[in-house]
Design a protein around this ligand. Structure first.
Ligand code: HAM
Length: 456
């Protein structure tokens, strides 16, 4: 039997429904913040990531899927979305659009050749957003608030926002010197890669996966101590805007992020739910003011964020968040003979076009088997088509919730189903923030999707 590749997952069944639902929430929230959808290719020139993410990062040196195509080009499967978006911004001259900043979001597959473990896949899905062309600290705060609001809209409660600043070029250089000075006497205790990183890129020692438990790391100088005045002021502005937006956060001086393109604000959002394990960072991002220029575009300040969908769905599961997933069909059409089957095909078509979820029989089961199948599919209504009823232009419908049966004229079937299903929707409506009060009408403070609609 051929098996799936290590660190890759098949998505199907109920879990696929959850992912699709999460996608709709992401789309809806991105729209509120006026981000446009962007899709860039999964394959890019290897050089893009070497120059963009950094030659000494783990992502580029150890985790990238590189290959040569049949034309001899060096190709890489994208490990993240930012570099591709920046390439597209430059190549399509989006910087020339007077409508700046350009605000885009994506949701797609990325590849990292990592050691597979919980929360760390080789094929992963990330959604993310990038703001290109704004240096305003308000954009930093807005990106953080957008990420937080997506989590809240989904009903996640246990999240924590950690922010830090790496500062501008001057501050970063000062910090670099301090790190070299600090690590030099201890470097023989670190892995071979870190020895190399010392001069090339000492910041990467701080997020080394091999040496992460080395106590020397904990005492290392912190970025905030090396911020110049302008960088400090800027960081304070970001915090001010977050306070205004009422986004709770903590300053965590240990956050440096694993990609080289960052400066100024960096942040990570953690799931604080029990059982998550060590890979509990739902997403991360920050400002990258130098990347567009580094990739041959004009000077363009940018900020962005990305989140792994797998980790997000796991957090929703661990928090047992109730999601409004459609799990069942509205109507199952049962039949015995070929004429009734043909009518089932006709009626299913009509009702589906009218907006109902309709199923029928495809595997030759008898009536008993069809009833079992209808139960397995959690059919709200069943309808046994029989030639006599059809000749009278009517059908017998059974409501599987109340067990009531009614004879309905085919002329009013759509209205009948519509009314019954809408009535149950209203009964079912409670919110996924933990409030089970059907009549709350948004009186309590809550940011879940349902209560928003109550409030409106
Ligand atoms: P990143 O921290 O490398 O940042 O990845 C962002 C998120 O992607 C992680 O927090 C995690 O949820 C998910 N992720 C990363 N690697 C894996 C993996 N192997 N398996 C499962 N999930 C994973 C970036 O990618 C930046 N491009 C974010 C950004 C956008 N910065 C600015 N703009």
């Amino acid at each position: 039997m051929i098996q799936r590749q290590k660190g890759c997952n098949d998505l199907y069944g109920r879990e696929a429904k959850i992912w699709k639902y999460v996608d709709t929430v992401i789309d809806a929230m991105m729209e509120k913040y006026n981000y446009s959808y962007i899709r860039t290719p999964i394959i890019e020139a290897t050089e893009l990531f070497h120059r963009g993410i950094g030659d000494t990062t783990d992502i580029v040196t150890k985790e990238s899927y590189d290959f040569e195509d049949k034309g001899g080009r060096r190709i890489t499967l994208r490990p993240e979305g930012t570099a591709g978006v920046v390439r597209s911004y430059i190549e399509n001259k989006m910087y020339g659009d007077p409508n700046q900043p350009v605000k885009v979001y994506y949701n797609g597959t990325m590849y990292r050749y990592e050691r597979p473990q919980s929360g760390r896949d080789r094929e992963l899905t990330q959604f993310g957003m990038e703001v290109l062309g704004s240096d305003d600290p308000l954009s930093d705060a807005e990106v953080i608030s957008l990420a937080v609001n997506i989590y809240k809209m989904l009903g996640l409660k246990e999240i924590k926002v950690n922010i830090n600043s790496l500062g501008d070029t001057e501050s970063r250089l000062a910090y670099r010197e301090a790190l070299i000075e600090y690590f030099k006497p201890h470097i023989q205790d670190f892995c071979e890669d870190c020895v190399e990183r010392l001069e090339k890129n000492p910041l990467r020692i701080l997020d080394c996966k091999v040496d992460c438990d080395n106590p020397i790391l904990k005492q290392a100088p912190k970025t905030l101590e090396y911020l110049n005045e302008a960088s400090r002021d800027r960081f304070e502005k970001v915090q001010e805007y977050l306070d205004i937006m009422q986004i709770p956060y903590e300053i965590n001086p240990n956050i440096v992020r694993g990609l080289d393109y960052y400066n100024h604000t960096v942040f990570e959002i953690e799931a604080k739910v029990e059982g998550f394990g060590s890979n509990n960072v739902l997403g991360g991002g920050g400002r990258y003011n130098g990347l567009v220029q580094q990739l041959d575009g004009p000077e363009t300040p940018c900020v962005g964020f990305a989140c792994g969908l797998g980790r997000l769905v796991k957090a929703l599961e661990l928090e047992e968040v109730k999601l409004p997933i459609v799990d069942g069909v509205d109507l199952f059409l049962l039949y015995v003979n070929e004429d009734e089957k043909k009518y089932a095909a006709y009626l299913a078509q009509e009702l589906r076009l009218a907006g109902f979820i309709v199923e029928t029989e495809y595997t030759g089961r008898g009536l008993k088997g069809q009833f079992k199948q209808a139960d397995r599919l959690n059919a709200r209504f069943t309808c046994v088509l029989n030639s006599e009823d059809l000749n009278n232009n009517e059908v017998k419908i059974k409501d599987n919730r109340t067990k009531e049966e009614e004879i309905i004229s085919l002329d009013v079937l759509i209205y009948y189903l519509d009314e019954k299903l809408n009535a149950s929707l209203e009964e079912d409506e409670d919110c996924n923030c933990g409030c089970d009060d059907h009549d709350c009408e948004g009186e309590h403070e809550c940011h879940c999707g349902h209560c928003h609609s109550h409030n409106e």
